[in-house]
Design a protein around this ligand. Structure first.
Ligand code: ADP
Length: 352
């Protein structure tokens, strides 16, 4: 081969080799960038200068029914952004599950456009729960505080000692009602915000013993029998105070919603994985239509009865939170007029 020709061939192979390395490096960069974009929980869509979509990360992947609506909105905003017009749109999709998205599109400096899809669903849901909660608290506290004001006014105007005594005792009742609601609210928010405290080995017998000691007197006063079965298991991993609070709320309810002469039984069964604490009563029971809702905050089946027994409507919400914090659950079986059984199921070991 001629000397000059060999020189050209060598240069050509070097160029090809260099181009190959550059291409591999570029492909690696693109792969790294794509992996990075895929790890971002926000949806990201990139369009070229004509508004044609050239890249979308995993969070913006198309699929599912409502995604057609999202894609239409993204495409429209990207086409506008590709010719220099930024814009945004809030999309409310009724689901299921319901979703709220905010799509934001901007033109890119050297042609093309970028769409960012923010999923606001959880934030919107929490806002609604919070607003609802505040409205409920205001209502729950307004009732006893309003009653206190009326009773205090009546007391100011009355000179009759008997009337005054009766007004004063009703004021004490209302003050207790407000204070129970505040106590339960504090307990609920402590459990909700704090999650589960430091896990420790909790003695089951100690939990049941503490619950028994708390409720023996109330049960006796109400004429309701209170029986505790034995437990074969010694300990479980959890938060002792929360577990006492949960079982205590279940026993408190069982006594409250059982007529004199009835019996409340607390049974504890265990296996390798679970501890099940069952609180069973032969009281008024819960209508089938209310069973799904009794764990909601402030939900009561019979407002009058709950008020008469000093209920706050927060007890079962507390129980459910304790169960969730421990990786467990709470369930109810009940028949109106026959009684109810609440089962608190807690894993023996800590859930990883
Ligand atoms: P409350 O403070 O009103 O008892 P809870 O959250 O503890 O609130 O319970 C919610 C509602 O569930 C109660 O108002 C009551 O109607 C019903 N309930 C709970 N436990 C029982 C039970 N053992 N028997 C019958 N009804 C119950």
């Amino acid at each position: 081969m001629n000397r000059f020709l060999r020189g050209d061939t060598d240069r050509l192979s070097r160029d090809i080799e260099q181009e190959r390395s550059l291409r591999i490096a570029a492909e690696r960069e693109v792969a790294r960038l794509t992996a990075g974009l895929d790890a971002v929980p926000t949806g990201i869509v990139l369009a070229d200068g004509t508004g044609r979509i050239v890249l979308r990360n995993r969070a913006a992947a198309v699929g599912g029914h409502s995604d057609v609506l999202i894609d239409e909105a993204v495409q429209r905003l990207l086409s506008a952004a590709a010719v220099g017009k930024a814009g945004e749109q809030r999309l409310e999709l009724f689901g299921p599950p319901p979703r709220v998205l905010l799509i934001h599109c901007i033109p890119l400096a050297n042609s093309g456009a970028l769409a960012i899809i923010d999923d606001l669903s959880e934030r919107v849901r929490l806002d609604a729960v919070r607003t609802d909660f505040v409205a409920n608290i205001s209502h729950e506290l307004k009732t006893p505080v309003g009653a206190l004001a009326v009773l205090a006014e009546a007391l100011t105007d009355s000179d009759d000692a008997d009337v005054n005594r009766s007004l004063a005792s009703r004021m004490v009742e209302e003050a207790h009602r407000a204070s129970s609601t505040i106590d339960d609210l504090l307990e609920l928010s402590r459990i909700e915000l704090g999650g589960r405290g430091e896990p420790e080995d909790v003695s089951l017998a100690a939990v049941l013993g503490e619950v028994a000691a708390r409720h023996r007197f109330t049960a006796e006063t109400a004429g309701v029998g209170l029986e505790f079965g034995s437990t074969d298991r010694q300990t479980l991993v959890g938060d002792r105070l929360q577990l006492v609070s949960a079982v205590s709320n279940l026993v408190d309810n069982a006594i409250k919603y059982t007529n004199p002469g009835g019996t409340v039984r607390v049974r504890c069964t265990t296996n390798d994985k679970w501890v099940e604490i069952e609180v069973c009563d032969d009281g008024v029971g819960i209508p089938a239509r209310d069973l799904d809702r009794v764990f909601e905050r402030f939900y009561r089946v019979d407002r009058a009865r709950s008020r008469a027994t000093g209920g706050t409507g927060l007890g079962l919400a507390i129980v459910r939170h304790v169960a969730t914090n421990h990786g467990g659950e709470v369930a109810v079986r009940s028949r109106e007029g026959e009684g109810s059984t609440f089962t608190l199921r807690i894993p023996v070991q800590e859930v990883a």
